[in-house]
Design a binder for this molecule. Structure first.
Ligand SMILES: *[C@@H]1O[C@H](CO)[C@@H](O)[C@H](O)[C@H]1NC(C)=O
Ligand SMILES: *[C@@H]1O[C@H](CO)[C@@H](O)[C@H](O)[C@H]1NC(C)=O
Ligand SMILES: *[C@@H]1O[C@H](CO)[C@@H](O)[C@H](O)[C@H]1NC(C)=O
Length: 224
């Protein structure tokens, strides 16, 4: 009995740890809450099946694929290998396909806080699907809740660091995570929002500098 308890405890601890890692890895995209559902799986939305060593490897695979919104990890075979299914939906999007399944664990990252704004940003078709707000890797249009809602503009508009029809494109120079090479480059790429502070990484060495760019004097002639 004691052994069983210890095993259960270890599994829970490991899951929490994986969850933290996962959220950290994802925080560039969305401040999100990590969700784990033991003995459950989302069926019929698998886009890829892999053999993995552990949950984390499966999560990494999911992060590497734009279409992946959640994963199911099935208990390992005798060699300890697990099967990792990448889903193109979440349980919130397809509640009817979320099933109890012994030995499987479902993971996704759920966005909280800015659901209203986020759902406004989604296409009409998606909204009509009545999917709840969710957020997984590479969903740049998700709002980074770690920044709070103050940073979000009126509903329907992109997070200030992103543009594009679906707010999917990070704008170089608008955030430390996506620095441009120079003020000039920002201006020439049409990403100027007037004189002000921008982020650049002139040496491309990975450390962004906040700079003031003069985008307007003499039509930006002094902008370097
Ligand atoms: C999701 O995957 C299923 C197969 O599991 C496929 O039929 C469906 O078209 C995919 N949907 C999207 C939006 O990629
Ligand atoms: C994501 O997975 C699907 C299904 O395996 C594949 O068709 C697609 O090319 C993958 N996308 C990326 C970016 O790897
Ligand atoms: C990167 O380059 C900038 C100058 O563009 C410099 O200020 C910074 O110290 C450099 N950082 C590293 C880690 O080399």
């Amino acid at each position: 009995m004691a052994v069983l308890w210890i095993t259960q405890f270890m599994i829970v601890t490991l899951n929490i740890f994986l969850g933290i890692l996962f959220v950290l890895a994802n925080k560039d995209f969305c401040g999100s809450v990590f969700e784990t559902q033991v003995d459950h799986a989302l069926v019929d939305h698998v886009i890829q099946t892999n053999v993995v060593v552990d949950e984390f490897e499966c999560q990494l695979k999911c992060m590497g694929n734009n279409s992946c919104k959640s994963i199911n990890v099935h208990r390992g075979d005798s060699n300890g290998k697990r099967s990792c299914e990448l889903n193109n939906k979440t349980r919130q999007m397809k509640p009817g396909h979320f099933k109890k399944k012994k030995g499987s664990t479902y993971y996704s990252s759920v966005q909280v806080g800015s659901s209203f704004v986020y759902s406004e940003q989604r296409s009409k078709a998606e909204r009509e699907e009545k999917s709840s707000p969710f957020c997984f890797t590479n969903q740049a249009s998700c709002l980074d809740i770690s920044r709070g809602r103050k940073q979000t503009t009126k509903s329907g508009q992109c997070h200030p660091e992103y543009k594009g029809k679906h707010c999917e494109t990070p704008v170089p120079g608008w955030s430390s995570r996506h620095p441009a090479l120079s003020c000039k480059q920002i201006l020439e790429a049409g990403n100027s929002k007037g004189d002000g502070e921008y982020w650049i990484d002139p040496e491309k060495n990975g450390s962004s500098l906040k700079v003031f760019c003069d985008m307007t004097t003499d039509g930006g002639k002094h902008c370097k």
